[in-house]
Design a protein around this ligand. Structure first.
Ligand code: ZN
Length: 134
């Protein structure tokens, strides 16, 4: 059973976006974290049971830099939490989804992550994630 975990928003400037969303939500981010494997710096807000993940590119070669070049700032991905990401990755592949990685990678916020290409998901980049057990 999937559960909406967070929405990812691509931003040009993390400090500006943190200020904006702090004003908008009336709360500060609970975490800022660099993810070197994805060349991004992230910032997380809690909004009820869901989170917002702001993503700023750490360099020009990142997927976020490419996204902003092409489409500007905005909604970048939606993330669903699953109980078993390996099994889910297999299931999605068998269903014909274009899954980006053969094996889930370590992402931000203590999660294993994988992605479904927007071309096989109605134009939406979909992240599947699983909390890494302590
Ligand atoms: Zn995410």
């Amino acid at each position: 059973m999937m559960k909406l975990e967070h929405l990812g928003i691509a931003v040009k400037n993390l400090t500006d976006a943190e200020r904006l969303f702090s004003d908008l939500l009336g709360t500060n981010p609970y975490k800022q974290e660099a993810v070197p494997s994805e060349n991004v710096v992230t910032s997380f807000f809690r909004v009820g049971e869901v989170k917002l993940e702001l993503l700023e590119s750490a360099n020009e070669d990142s997927a976020i830099a490419g996204f902003i070049d092409k489409r500007g700032e905005g909604l970048h991905h939606i993330a669903f939490e699953v109980p078993d990401i390996e099994a889910e990755t297999e299931r999605l592949k068998q269903m014909g989804f274009n899954v980006l990685y053969d094996k889930a990678k370590v992402g931000a916020d203590n999660k294993l992550v994988n992605f479904i290409h927007p071309k096989s998901a109605s134009g939406v980049l979909v992240e599947v994630c699983q909390e890494i057990a302590e």
